[in-house]
Design a protein around this ligand. Structure first.
Ligand code: GTP
Ligand code: MG
Length: 303
């Protein structure tokens, strides 16, 4: 085959393992992951390049139905990823939802008219292992090729990973050249990645509904500061009452979020950094168009 390259969208329910799978495939931590649904909020690109071609994975928010606020953005963003991709991966997990939910995802993808493969995720969960075959059959019934993966089990199996990537590459169109510089593994910049890392650490340290209505904004990112780069960020909550929870007793919660975030940002940047976090309340920030846009939550058509 000739050189192939294109956008491969990951479409599935919230929490199905889309971001985990993309990170595994590009072998880098590109997209944030959490045990809670609706972690990914806007499309994140993960790039894999070889001499045979280039796959630009498009990690999307999980498919939900909603017509207001932040959720309406998530719903539209996932729809746009379907429309903008050259091919799709339908991600269905053994661990999530009812069979009807998986059927909805598979119908959506198979009716898109784009080349696609169905992937059953979390195949390592033993109590749910019987669902692998059921889900694979649902995929095959809709004319798709079915594969199953467990990112937990196959972490070190580079051969399996490469074989999957080559298979996915086949779905993409022939093109004369790569779409992105072959050295890149994402088009996100460090500033954007740092803000997502802080949001991920908020997901880890906070419970109930708070992470869902929380956003992170980098106020200042001074890479040239001495002796170490300085990052100032705001954690924006949607209610005054959430502020105290994010800060915690004796500021324990925010300190933990700050420490975890700093460590991971340092890993990303390969050097020590200074990180300052402030928590601010902006009631119902997700109803504010300007604010949503500033946070990167505007669909292409709204930009
Ligand atoms: N056991 C097991 N857990 C997994 C696997 N893949 C992902 N998970 C877990 O499933 C949860 C959700 O993973 P994500 O990658 O954030 O899922 P997502 O589909 O991107 O979720 P949203 O962005 O919220 O739509 C996390 O706790 C992951 O660690 C897997 O292969 N096996
Ligand atoms: Mg995700």
């Amino acid at each position: 085959m000739g050189y192939k390259a294109g956008f491969l969208g990951l479409i599935g329910q919230p929490n199905a393992g889309k971001s985990t799978l993309m990170n595994y495939l590009v072998d880098e931590k590109v997209s944030i992951v959490s045990a809670k649904p609706q972690t990914t909020r806007r499309r994140i690109l993960g790039i894999w390049s070889t001499d045979k071609g280039q796959i630009v994975f498009v990690d999307a928010p999980g498919i939900i139905k909603a017509d207001k606020g932040l959720n309406s953005f998530l719903a539209k963003e996932a729809e746009e990823v379907i429309a903008d991709s050259d091919a799709l991966l339908a991600i269905v997990s053994v661990d999530e939802g009812k069979p009807e939910d998986a059927e909805k995802i598979l119908d959506l993808v198979s009716k898109s008219g784009k080349p696609w493969i169905g992937i059953v995720t979390k195949a390592d969960i033993e109590e749910k292992a019987h669902r692998v075959l059921i889900l694979k059959k649902m995929i095959e019934d809709r004319g798709g090729k079915a594969m199953s993966v467990s990112v937990k089990d196959s972490k070190d199996d580079q051969e399996e990973r490469e074989a999957m990537l080559i298979e996915f590459l086949e779905l993409l169109p022939e093109t004369p050249a790569p779409l992105y510089d072959v050295e890149l593994f994402t088009n996100e910049n460090v500033r954007e990645m740092a803000s997502e890392i802080i949001r991920e650490k908020c997901f880890e340290s906070l419970h109930q509904e708070i992470p869902y209505s929380l956003a992170v904004r980098i106020i200042k990112f001074d890479e040239a500061a001495a002796p170490v780069p300085k990052i100032y960020a705001e954690i924006i909550v949607s209610k005054d009452s959430h502020k105290a929870i994010v800060i915690g007793k004796e500021a324990k919660v925010i300190k933990q979020i700050g420490m975890d975030s700093r460590k991971e940002i340092e890993k990303l940047m390969g050097e020590k950094v200074f990180l300052d976090l402030q928590v601010i309340a902006k009631p119902e920030w997700f109803e504010n168009k300007r604010m949503m846009k500033e946070l990167g939550y505007a669909t292409k058509s709204e930009n």
